[in-house]
Write a protein that binds this ligand. Structure first.
Ligand code: ATP
Ligand code: MG
Length: 873
């Protein structure tokens, strides 16, 4: 039975029993930050089981994509070492949402396995939860399972729960005995053993209790069913294989690996393990990247990076030192691309991304890997099983060799890292590092830290107003607190309250004016050296400012409004990028100033002109819709619950400010914004490019800057049209370029065909055995011009052999031509080879035309002279 039939038989069987076939959900859970990847069929139905939502159908069946790598339920390390574990696998399942219960679940499973899949009843065993007598009884009463093949196991094995509280219940598994030769052979080997003999095929979960916070169980009014069977396991069993990797699901992948690495499968244990690890991982990699995940150093992206690195490491073991994994994606698509079209659709992008990641890894890892391999060999030779932690740390510190990878490799080699020593070395390094950068940070910050408690926080009132009457609390000049500052002084002024925005969150500080009784100062910039402290950097134009003075503050409104336009546009851009380019887009940095906005984001490839145009258009549409921009202050939890995007690496307090364009964009942001999107006026992208690998940058203009920019472009175009005297400059320029090309050719012809050179050349015609031979040198021609010259000579002499040469830029070019009538007797390529050889160079070509050259110009003349001898022979 082919795996595709096994899959559809399952789904159709349950459909015939009143189940709705529900499509798989993505591997990356969209609304569950607590879960790395979907790891079971029930995940997409969680809210039904929890009673938070009502299921639209009483029964469902699925074939769910699952990933068990990273997080609590990781099987990453088992892959390749057991015959039954994968990172990525497909889970077949049937579900009852308060509809049928144990009896039906048992009957369905038994019926499908023994009647449709025709598994031999006598090889099947079941496990039950030791306190669940009901299940054990049902197994013997309903299907006649003999008592000795019903194995009761404890809670750690057969009691399932969704979390510390909530729905839970006993499980019952269907297990197949694959025979003594498959197992570990230990005398106590039995159901529940870690080896592959008693293979767990199918797990039936009977959700019948609710656990409350005190841990007490109360029966659920409507118990439910959740089951899961690994497709790879049942496929291997039905295809008579003792190892998942020998089923048809993996066949094309394994043969691709074997042929890429030029090794054979099934001949060598260690090699087979590497092949299987790669075969497993490449499926996970393909699916995760297709779903938009990008390798990174945190969370899900890091799991992906780890899997890629593990695979890369195994491909190295197989002798492949160039990126090769990306070539296997095709085989994954061959095996299950028809069931999961997303992997076929994303093929090119996935391949590109994987190749880049492989290349990056190989670049950074090469040296470290060699040293690590040596270390392993040394430790093994010494008969030890522990890798010295200091040395692993040194590899990490010096070569950036990832510790996780070191652990993986060690595990594969049956070794352990001395983690304690490793941590000690890491700690020592941290202390050294701290000692070395204390200097600078500490030198500046204490000043402000001392100041803050003395003068109190600056109250920021600049969201509502751009003017204020404030009191000077302190003045700092040249790193010291001073009482006053006089005309011409440049200093930092601190106020009780201020309308000036202090540089933060990518938005630049405000500029403007500060006016005292008799003083006037320009505010050049505003910084926030500490949270709650605004430092106004001013230059006094007139009079004196003293601590305690009352001042009138005026933010440069024009600049501030321009900044606000850019800031609000940045939020719109972020939201649009996520919808146009993909959900994986994350802000990686931004700069918002009055002049322009700059937005860095995670994305792998460049945006094409189409995408840029789409982004520009969508953003301008949002401007025209004139949507309100709403800011509110709330606690962090409600903000995140409402879907606000938080930036990775930013620290947020208990209460946060949320800026939203309802229904379109919502972000945590302390910046200054327009009241509605219409104020942005206009948006144009001026550039798009790469800043680091995996990070793109967009620069754009809004409002009058955007208008100015477009006006400039238009006036340039107008000038161009005037110069070209046309309304269609593109056509005209194309024509001019074409004309230029033919003119260049014409010039070459003229240069080389000029009477003087040609007639000089024709003077060199010699008769050799009744045949015309022209040997000619004229310096200063490039190879192309030389060819034209030879062509011209050929035209004139009609029949004969031409050897022409020219020295230019310190090199000599040689051309040989043989007219058609002589090409059976003489071969231009052969002739040039000989001449070039004498000249210390090289050459070759076709019978009628050949070219060569040399750098040893002093040998040229002698070589040309030899043509007569060569032709005589
Ligand atoms: P095992 O003990 O073999 O790791 P499990 O108890 O973790 O299995 P469940 O969580 O009950 O398995 O998952 C339900 C079914 O999914 C299993 O019976 C098995 O057929 C399949 N399955 C689980 N983990 C994997 C895996 N890593 N690779 C392939 N199939 C798996
Ligand atoms: Mg498991």
């Amino acid at each position: 039975m082919k795996s595709s039939d096994i899959r559809s038989t399952f789904l159709h069987y349950f459909r015939s029993k009143g189940h709705t076939i529900v499509p798989t959900s993505p591997l990356i859970p969209r609304h569950d930050p607590t879960l790395l990847f979907v790891n079971a069929g029930m995940v997409q139905f969680k809210t039904f089981f929890l009673g938070e939502e009502k299921s639209p159908y009483p029964r469902a069946t699925t074939c769910q994509k699952c990933m068990r790598a990273g997080g609590k339920q990781s099987d990453l390390e088992k892959v390749g070492h057991t015959a039954r574990h994968h990172t990525f696998f497909e889970m077949l399942g049937n579900f009852s949402f308060g509809d049928y219960f144990k009896k039906e679940a048992i009957l369905f499973a038994w019926d499908l396995l023994t009647e449709l899949y025709k598994l031999p009843k006598e090889d099947l065993w079941v496990t039950t939860y030791e306190e669940d007598d009901e299940s054990s009884k049902l197994w013997s009463a309903l299907v006649g399972m003999p008592e000795e093949r019903i194995v009761r196991l404890g809670a750690e094995h057969n009691f399932w729960q969704m979390g510390d509280t909530g729905p839970c219940g006993p499980c019952s598994e269907l297990v197949i005995d694959q025979g003594l030769e498959v197992g570990c052979g230990r005398p106590d080997c039995a159901v529940g053993c870690e080896c592959d003999r008693f293979l767990e095929l199918w797990n039936l979960v009977f959700m019948q209790y609710n656990r409350d916070t005190s841990g007490a169980l109360t029966p659920l009014p409507k118990p439910s069913i959740d089951t899961g069977m690994g497709l790879e396991r049942i496929a291997a069993v039905l295809q008579g294989k003792k190892n998942n990797f020998d089923s048809d699901l993996f066949k094309p992948i394994i043969s691709s690996i074997a042929s890429l690495a030029k090794v054979s499968y099934g001949k060598d244990r260690e090699r087979d393990t590497s092949i299987r690890v790669i075969a497993d991982h490449i499926r996970g990699i393909t699916f995760l990247i297709s779903e938009g995940l990008i390798p990174s150093n945190e969370g899900r992206g890091y799991v992906l990076r780890r899997i890629i690195r593990r695979s890369s490491r195994h491909s190295r073991i197989l002798g492949m030192h160039e990126p090769c994994l990306y070539k296997l994606i095709e085989a994954v698509i061959d095996s299950i691309g028809d069931i999961y079209p997303e992997i076929a659709n994303e093929k090119e992008r996935t391949e590109k991304l994987l190749k880049v990641e492989e290349e990056r890894f190989m670049r950074t890892i090469e040296t470290g890997m060699t040293i690590f391999d040596e270390l392993i060999a040394r430790v093994k030779k010494d008969g030890s099983t522990v890798l010295p932690g200091e040395e692993v740390f040194r590899l990490y510190d010096t070569y950036g060799f990832p510790v996780d990878l070191a652990r993986d490799i060690a595990l594969d080699a049956g070794l352990k890292i001395d983690e304690e020593a490793f941590q000690r070395a890491m700690q020592a390094q941290r202390e050294r590092a701290r000692a070395s950068w204390v200097g600078e940070e500490e030198a500046v910050a204490p000043l402000y830290r001392d100041l803050l408690p003395k003068i109190g926080k600056t109250e920021f009132i600049g969201y509502e107003t751009l003017e204020s009457r404030s009191t000077i609390k302190a003045i700092l000049m040249d790193g010291k607190v001073v009482r006053e500052a006089a005309k011409g002084a440049k200093c930092e002024v601190f106020l009780d309250n201020t309308p000036f925005y202090g540089e933060s969150g990518g938005q630049v500080g405000d500029m403007g004016e500060m006016e005292g009784e008799d003083a006037l100062a320009n505010v050049l910039d505003t910084k926030k050296p500490l949270e709650g402290l605004h430092a106004h950097i001013i230059k006094l134009k007139k009079g004196t400012l003293r601590a305690g003075d009352r001042v009138r503050c005026r933010v440069d409104a024009g600049k501030r409004r321009a900044t606000m336009r850019n800031h609000t546009a940045t939020h719109l851009l972020h939201a649009i990028l996520r919808s146009v380019v993909g959900e994986h887009v994350k802000q990686a940095g931004s700069l918002v100033s009055p002049e322009k906005l700059r937005f860095d984001f995670t994305h792998f490839s460049g945006l094409d002109a189409n995408e840029i145009a789409t982004i520009e258009t969508s953003l301008n549409e949002k401007i025209m819709e004139n949507l309100p921009v709403i800011t509110s202050v709330m606690d962090i939890k409600s903000a995140l619950d409402s879907g606000a995007m938080a930036l990775f690496g930013e620290k947020y307090g208990e209460t946060v400010r949320v800026v939203s364009v309802p229904g379109f964009s919502i972000e945590l942001c302390g910046g200054a914004h327009c009241r509605s999107t219409g104020e942005i006026g206009l948006f144009v992208i001026t550039s798009e490019g790469s800043v680091a690998s995996g990070i793109r940058r967009i620069e754009a203009l809004t409002g009058s800057s955007a208008l100015e920019y477009l006006k400039e472009q238009k006036s340039e175009l107008d000038v161009l049209k005037a110069l070209l005297k046309t309304d269609k400059p593109i056509e005209k320029v194309e024509k001019i370029l074409n004309d230029m090309k033919s003119l260049e050719k014409e010039i070459q012809k003229l240069k080389t065909g000029s009477r003087d050179i040609l007639s000089e050349a024709l003077k060199e015609v010699k008769e050799l055995d009744g045949m015309k031979v022209v040997k000619f040198r004229h310096d200063g021609l490039n190879p192309e011009e030389l060819r034209y010259l030879a062509d011209n000579i050929k035209e004139r002499i009609k029949s004969g052999i031409i050897v022409a040469s020219s020295v230019a830029d310190g090199k000599a070019a040689i051309v040989c031509m043989v007219t058609k009538d002589l090409k059976d007797k003489y071969h231009a390529g052969e002739i040039i080879k000989k001449i070039a050889k004498i000249a210390g160079g090289s050459g070759g070509g076709r019978p009628e035309m050949a070219q060569g050259g040399t750098k040893e110009i002093e040998k040229l003349d002698k070589a040309l002279e030899s043509v007569y001898d060569i032709l005589k022979k």
